[in-house]
Design a protein around this ligand. Structure first.
Ligand code: UFG
Length: 336
């Protein structure tokens, strides 16, 4: 088992991955500036509060803790914000990743798993499901910044300096099945937590952003993926990269790079999500039809065939009812 640096590990997906890696026996060192994350999300691991743009700090953390691999979640994530302040997104997401990659190479850390996103595909609406080789056409600075980091990793891997896997998440949701941690953003903009907030009376209603899309019920379709399934995918990707470090594995020193979609290949409309939230909570909260939110593609559904066959990943908790039950288990415990 290895010492792993989890950059941005105090956020939603990071903290669930820390849980999974702890259970797999790894020692976790979490570096997080707590701009989005919270120490409350961390049940295990050692938290160092700091920024990945601080190269000297990174060098110290990597050498002091004898880090063998990195999982990189540290980023600004709200697509709408990225349109208003692109430079802040490029500074944090691209500048931060460059600083992290440079420190890894300086200190001989060979393996990195990177948090990417379905937003790299942008508007590819002609495709029923999105496969990895489709053109990358991000429609906002957030998507651009993630795609730029993927390019940086691929180019650096090609020099032989490191091995990297990018994981392109579709719509992360759900929460720890035991209800210990869950989804919490400030401000909250994601559909499922907002619906559950309406159910628990923490807000008056949920708005459906657009009912005139070219979809069967007129609302947007997304591929919702359980955060524990995402966490498992990180563990599988990490182990694949760590195996390459083992001299007895027969791997050559050449760098390796690949990117995988993480989704279920099933789409659910906004109305489906509302109905499931009402069924799971048993509460009939008010839903109001509103106009479209700018920048929302009608349909984003993964072709996740390669993650299943090559990473041996199976997203077992991602059916919408299980995912909603797990999200509700945590959300209902929050104070109003
Ligand atoms: N929606 C509503 N009402 C709301 C909030 C959302 O109708 O109050 C709709 C949106 O218009 C969209 C769907 O619900 O059609 C899902 O919206 P979310 O805000 O929950 O998630 P997004 O699909 O916008 O984005 C998420 C992540 C991105 C990531 C993307 C990949 O936030 O970082 O999934 O699919 F890139």
């Amino acid at each position: 088992m290895a010492n792993i640096l989890v950059a941005g590990g105090a956020g939603f997906i990071g903290s669930h991955t820390v849980l999974a890696l702890h259970e797999a026996g790894h020692h976790l060192v979490v570096l997080d500036n707590l701009s989005n994350g919270s120490s409350e999300n961390l049940l295990f691991g050692e938290l160092i509060v700091g920024d990945i743009r601080d190269g000297a700090l990174l060098d110290r953390v990597i050498t002091d803790h004898e880090i063998k691999a990195v999982i990189h979640f540290a980023a600004s994530i709200e697509a709408g914000e990225s349109v208003k302040d692109p430079m802040a997104f490029y500074a944090n997401n691209v500048g931060g990743s460059l600083s992290l990659i440079e420190s890894m190479v300086r200190n001989g850390v060979r393996s990195i798993v990177f948090s990417s996103t379905a937003a790299v595909y942008g508007q590819n609406e002609e495709a029923e499901t999105l496969s990895e080789e489709l053109p990358k056409k991000p429609i906002n600075p957030y998507g651009h910044s993630k795609w730029m980091v993927e390019c940086m990793l691929k180019d650096t891997a090609a020099t032989g300096a490191l091995d990297a896997i990018s994981l392109r998440y579709f719509n992360a949701a759900g929460g720890d099945p035991e209800g210990r941690i869950g989804e919490r953003h400030d401000p909250e903009t994601h559909l499922i937590p907002l619906a559950l907030d309406a159910a628990r009376g923490a807000r008056n209603e949920v708005k459906i952003f657009g009912t005139d899309y070219d979809t069967p019920d007129g609302t947007c379709i997304r591929d919702y993926i359980h955060v524990s399934d995402l966490a498992d995918a990180h563990a599988l990707a990490l182990h694949q990269l760590l195996d390459r470090q083992d001299p007895s594995s027969g791997q050559t020193k050449a760098g390796y790079y690949d990117a995988f979609n993480l989704g279920t290949s099933r789409g659910h409309s906004v109305r489906d999500v509302m109905n499931t939230a009402k069924k799971v909570t048993g509460i009939d909260f008010p839903v109001i039809e509103d106009t479209r939110r700018p920048g929302d593609p009608a349909r984003l559904v993964a072709d996740a065939t390669r993650a299943k066959s090559e990473l041996k990943w199976s997203p077992d908790r991602s059916d919408l009812t299980t995912l909603m039950e797990d999200a509700w288990r945590f959300r209902r415990t929050l104070g109003n």
